[in-house]
Design a protein around this ligand. Sequence first.
Ligand SMILES: Nc1ncnc2c1ncn2[C@@H]1O[C@H](COP(=O)(O)OP(=O)(O)OP(=O)(O)O)[C@@H](O)[C@H]1O
Ligand SMILES: [Mg+2]
Length: 270
Amino acid sequence: MTDRSVAAMGGEPNTANPLLEIADVTMRFGGIVALDAVTFSISQGRIAGLIGPNGAGKTTLFNCLSRLYRPIRGDIRLNGRSLNRCSPSDIAALGIGRTFQAPTLFASMSVLDNVKVGAHARGANTPLTDALSLPYMRREEREFEQIANRMLKFVGLDQMAGRPAANLSLGSRKRVELARALAAQPSLLLLDEPAGGLNHAEVAELGALVRSIRDEFGITVLLVEHHMGLVMSLSDQVVVLNFGRVIADGSPDEVRSNPAVTEAYLGTQH
Ligand SMILES: Nc1ncnc2c1ncn2[C@@H]1O[C@H](COP(=O)(O)OP(=O)(O)OP(=O)(O)O)[C@@H](O)[C@H]1O
Ligand SMILES: [Mg+2]
């Protein structure tokens, strides 16, 4: 780990300075308003749950945060800095990591090499410096490998480092994806339905892992999840989206007892 991430470890959440501020973010697909003036913020060191029925706009918001989509209105600030001018390739270097609703690994590459991709995303390598293979690049490569090994150990997959990613179970693929996101040493981690498809025991292990991501590394987590037990037990703050709008933002208890939230979920399968 570098000084940057060591410095970020531990410490109390800073409630005065939000790490992430989302202001008036609006996104349309043709006639569909996927996000409608979405506004909320997350303090550093918190776990925030982002919930809502299918099609509420959760993944669309993640895609706006990682700049895959450009909102038609609004601003997203990380540590006070607007992301409006950033491209998707800037995101890892700015400190945003993510996992996807369906894991996206390089099937023929080893588990370790998949995780190293994350470390590279944060590093200073360019195609030119890679080609030149300068001594400092070889040093950096060794550092990337150490970080990747450390993150594989953290997610409990160090025994599988040399295996092709294609041979892993869904639960293990999700862990590799998590390790890859962590290897980029993010300050904000976006998790899109990490519990989807996992069994009861795997969900419990995932909960412990997400908590230790926050507690050991000081990483702020925004968690999209349909597994209500997991979200409510992990989150310091829960934001509820429905038809692209924020309908509730508060503690798990506040959100649980909010009639608008109950109504949004009525008739859905959650
Ligand atoms: N690329 C796209 N093109 C057109 N419409 C889209 C696109 N992406 C999302 N949408 C629409 O935007 C709305 C929000 O979708 P989104 O995938 O963000 O929902 P979600 O909250 O992540 O749902 P789920 O819980 O099912 O994953 C939906 O009506 C969806 O059909
Ligand atoms: Mg989604």
